[in-house]
Design a protein around this ligand. Structure first.
Ligand code: PNS
Length: 161
């Protein structure tokens, strides 16, 4: 593929409006984005890989320049395999910084050809994460407006509401 390509890795369990804000911002900079879901069964995700892929594809179906994929092993190896050299991550509050800084430095140590780029999420989504949304949804809390409507429905289904 030609043009600027970035890999946006994560767990996406499930995708939130915060992730979508990063995707939309990134598409103003990059020509194509690969949303790469880490296949990490140790994390005991709420949604299976297949469910997460389906949700992301559904939410982003209007965008032709997005690929949704699954990876395991080292992120930098995956990025190179995809012929990219950019890892894209979203930053919310300062609390994200330490973890992201550590990951970026480790990735740089592993492969100096791969650059980490950070975009800030929209201030509206500063406090949300997949984890906090799952927790609220598990107690039937109102999470509408924080995730796309289709994801909201899937969360309700999962928790039996
Ligand atoms: O959404 P998350 O859980 O914050 O995403 C974390 C992710 C998937 C980006 C990170 O765990 C990762 O890149 N894992 C792949 C293994 C790897 O390359 N580890 C070494 C660099 S820290």
């Amino acid at each position: 593929m030609s043009g600027r390509l970035a890999v946006y890795p994560g767990t996406f369990d499930p995708i939130t409006n915060g992730h979508l804000s990063i995707v939309n911002r990134a598409l103003k900079i990059f020509d194509k984005l690969i949303i790469a879901i880490l296949n990490n069964p140790q994390k005991e995700p709420l949604f299976s890989i297949e469910e997460r892929i389906a949700m992301i594809k559904d939410v982003l179906k209007s965008k032709s320049n997005i690929e949704v994929d699954v990876f395991d092993g080292l992120l930098v190896d995956y990025v190179i395999e995809k012929k990219s050299n950019v890892v894209l991550r979203g930053i919310r509050a300062l609390s994200d910084f330490e973890y992201e800084f550590q990951m970026a430095l480790m990735n740089r140590k592993l492969n100096r050809d791969v650059q980490s780029i950070f975009l800030m999420t929209d201030y509206k989504w500063f406090y949300i994460s997949s984890t906090i949304i799952k927790e609220a949804a598990s107690f039937n809390g109102d999470i509408s407006g924080l995730v796309p409507p289709s994801v909201c429905r899937k969360l309700k289904e999962k928790f039996g509401y």
